[in-house]
Write a protein that binds this ligand. Structure first.
Ligand code: ANZ
Ligand code: ZN
Length: 725
């Protein structure tokens, strides 16, 4: 389900309709759509994340995070979308572009509320082991968190009593570190401006880099650029050699320490850079070429040119070097994460106000919990501003308040929360949607959580899933929820693409509106098609012909009412096929294979037509099995055929394993080892009966051909062999 805070943020910008109204209209439309398609939701549990009764608890959770030191405000270079005019979290930037509008993201320094999700990094990885998540979801979570084991190493600066700290996953390669690189934003430049001989050149380079996003700098830029810092040198602590320090944008300030030891013989990026600028390349692993981001798990080989490490395997060399570094106070074992703290502020009107005030004397002060919800004020102008200030900042009446601590003048926080805030815990609210004492009662949470099975799109794996696991773990830590994970099982559906095999989007003109399909073909056809269209996990293109095929199938089902006759037992001819169908459909539904379940129901409906006459019991079972796919027409057929009661209240049919096995089987008859013909027998028929059937066949006499039968062999249910001489 879409998130209510974001429902058409773009739309309200364009059409200048108040976001509250847009949201209300969207909910109404969305609900109508869901109902028309026949989803059975418990609407008494409907919740709305933009409703103050709901967001009171979102704000309450924020306050708990704040009280535990997990929410803090900081000047941060953030991702800024110039089109949405809003800051974005790393998770909201996809391929260097705004996840929402596709605009190129730029960097801006802003003071932001941050959530310390990094404090949960290890648990967010480790706890995946006990869950029933599909592999690609697990992999994405792990990659996003990006845990790297390695070391921090201090290189000293020549002639100064100062260190340059790097993070490396390959401390074993230190003898091959022939130069160092720092990120353009690294403080070394400012701190040593007076000693740098080519400061102008360096500042010009920095200015150039500032225009590029991290993504451009690391992923797109194939051609390495950089400038050597003249006037400062570093010392490799193992070779004791003087090495140059460069500034280059392939090193990011936001990862590790923003500085690296470059090992061009064994790291691709360093290699390209060294080749371009004519820097020393010293191999330190025998026979090992430059391997891309050579990492600890895959690198192998024997160390060479490496002093105390010579002759060791990479793995052992890493361990030995870390010990050595620690012993000589040159560095430490270190774990690094790609995961950054979560940028939690947004400079927009439509979002939960952050319940914090800023007092000149007391600093940031949390609003007392009794004052929640802190309502979003009514405004006329809710559009984002070009300056990047929240539109709330202009509402001085609202902004100016008193400090809850000292009673002095204070200002409210004008940033609001991101759309992910409310959606990080909504599944908890479903358990007890109207509770006004707590976000949900203990009893309800005990009974309902964790969510048994959560299905969601892959695009949410690094956003909603990660965020909600983090919040849930936090709520577990403070004793609010009874489980440490929110969802036991997580699956993900493939995307339905446009007919041209591309992602559906307005700009591509390949969007299919479900309302149109319901209008033209009916809700059951839409459901049947979506379930029949292909493998649940894989992307599939939309096909109008496929829709028509499903419509025809349902029409054939509709017409079956004409051949229904009385009878409370299955038609004799169909017993096996019906039991087989119950088995297959039951198992397929459970395994998210509705497509093959529907195929089986199509086969059975064809058998019904071929037979030309079916009992009420045949039809009952068939309709119950088809009901999840086509609830409307199956219920209608149930009624017009007088099958008794209401379909949706029937119990699921049961199959008997032995009845799913075909009773009549075909087996070959051999003469002297050669198959001459086949016969049909009852499964498990006696040997005498089988020989009788085999001998009755006219081909028997023909194959004896006047000779003598010396032996008759029967392998039950498999083969008859006649030996003649
Ligand atoms: C020396 C070395 C030798 C490295 C070698 C790799 C291979 P992951 O696995 O992604 O954590 N690095 C460290 N900080 C960086 C930064 N701020 N920007 C760009 N690169 C950075 O990668 C860790 C490796 O990435 C580190 O190990 C460092 O290069 C580089 F054969 O150090 B390595
Ligand atoms: Zn105060």
């Amino acid at each position: 389900m879409g998130c209510l805070w974001t429902t058409n943020r773009k739309l309200c910008n364009k059409n200048k309709i108040h976001p509250a109204l847009v949201t209300k209209n969207n909910i109404a439309h969305f609900k109508k759509q869901l109902k028309s398609i026949g989803f059975s939701f418990d609407w008494s549990r409907e919740i709305n994340t933009t409703d103050p009764e709901y967001y009171k608890w979102t704000q309450w959770i924020f306050l708990q995070l704040y009280k535990k030191g997990l929410a803090y405000k900081k000047e941060m270079p953030i991702n800024w979308c110039p089109s949405c005019k809003v800051g974005l979290s790393n998770e909201e930037v996809v391929g260097g572009k705004c996840e929402r509008c596709g605009e190129e993201v730029v960097r801006r320094v802003k003071s932001q509320w941050m959530l310390k999700i990094t404090e949960y990094a290890d648990r967010l990885i480790e706890d995946l082991d006990d869950l029933d998540f599909i592999d690609r979801v697990v992999t994405q979570q792990k990659n996003w968190i990006g845990r790297s084991e390695g070391a921090s190493i201090n290189f000293s600066l020549k002639d100064y009593d100062e260190k340059l700290e790097v993070f490396t996953t390959r401390p074993d390669t230190i003898y091959g570190a022939t130069y160092m690189v720092i990120a353009p934003e690294h403080p070394l430049i400012e701190n040593h401006a007076d000693k740098i001989e080519n400061l102008e050149e360096i500042n010009a380079y920095k200015a150039e880099c500032a225009k590029k996003s991290d993504f451009e700098r690391t992923e797109l830029e194939k051609n390495k650029s950089g400038v050597e810092i003249k006037g400062i040198k570093a010392i490799n602590p193992l070779t004791n050699k003087e090495i140059p320090i460069w500034i280059s944008d392939y090193v990011l300030m936001t990862y590790g320490t923003g500085a690296i030891m470059a090992v061009p013989a064994h790291d691709d990026r360093d290699y390209d850079f060294a080749k371009k600028f004519g820097l020393n390349i010293v191999p330190v692993i025998e026979g090992s070429d430059v391997s891309e981001h050579a990492n600890t798990e895959t690198a192998t080989g024997k160390m060479i040119n490496s002093g105390i490490l010579d002759g060791l395997e990479v793995k052992d060399a890493i361990a030995k070097m870390i010990d050595y570094l620690e012993e000589h106070k040159l560095g430490d074992r270190k774990i690094n994460y790609k995961l950054r703290d979560w940028v939690f502020s947004r400079q927009r009107y439509w979002g939960e106000p952050i319940p914090i005030v800023h007092c000149e004397k007391c600093g940031y002060v949390a609003l007392p919990e009794e004052e929640l919800p802190l309502l979003l004020p009514e405004v006329e102008n809710y559009e984002p501003t070009d300056s990047g200030e929240s539109p709330l900042a202009k509402m001085t009446d609202w902004v100016n308040t008193t400090c809850p601590k000292c009673g002095g003048p204070a200002k409210r926080e004008t940033d609001t929360m991101p759309q992910w805030a409310g959606s990080s815990w909504y599944f908890l609210r479903y358990t007890d949607p109207h509770n006004d004492k707590a976000l949900a009662s203990k009893e309800a949470l005990e009974y309902w959580t964790p969510v048994d099975w959560y299905n969601g799109g892959m695009e949410h794996t690094t956003l909603h899933l990660l965020y909600s696991r983090f919040w849930h773990k936090f709520l577990y830590d403070i004793g609010v929820v009874p489980t440490k994970e929110p969802y036991q099982k997580r699956t993900s559906h493939g995307m339905i693409l446009g007919g041209n095999n591309e992602k559906m989007s307005k700009s591509r003109g390949n969007v299919v509106n479900p309302d149109d399909i319901v209008r033209d073909y009916g809700a059951d056809t839409l459901r049947c098609y979506e379930m029949f269209i292909g493998d649940f996990e894989k992307p599939v293109p939309w096909s109008e012909n496929g829709v028509k095929g499903c419509r025809r199938f349902l029409e054939r089902v509709w017409n079956l009412q004409e051949i229904v006759v009385d009878g409370d037992e299955y038609s004799k001819e169909l017993v096996t096929e019906i039991h087989k169908t119950i088995k297959k459909v039951t198992e397929d539904y459970a395994n998210l294979k509705a497509n093959t379940a529907i195929a089986q129901l199509m086969t059975l409906s064809n058998e019904f037509s071929d037979l030309g006459k079916i009992t009420k019991e045949d039809f009952r079972t068939f309709l119950i099995l088809l009901n999840p796919v086509a609830p409307h027409i199956t219920e209608e057929l149930w009624e017009v055929c007088n099958l008794g009661g209401v379909l949706s209240e029937q119990t699921w049919p049961i199959f008997e394993e032995e009845l799913t096995i075909d009773n009549e089987i075909e087996i070959p008859v051999q003469f002297n080892g050669k198959v001459r013909y086949t016969i049909n027998i009852e499964r498990d028929a006696s040997q005498d009966t089988v020989f009788e059937i085999a001998e009755k066949d006219e081909l028997f006499a023909k194959n004896i051909d006047g000779k003598n039968v010396v032996k008759k062999i029967y392998i039950p249910n498999k083969i008859v062999n006649i030996v003649v001489k």
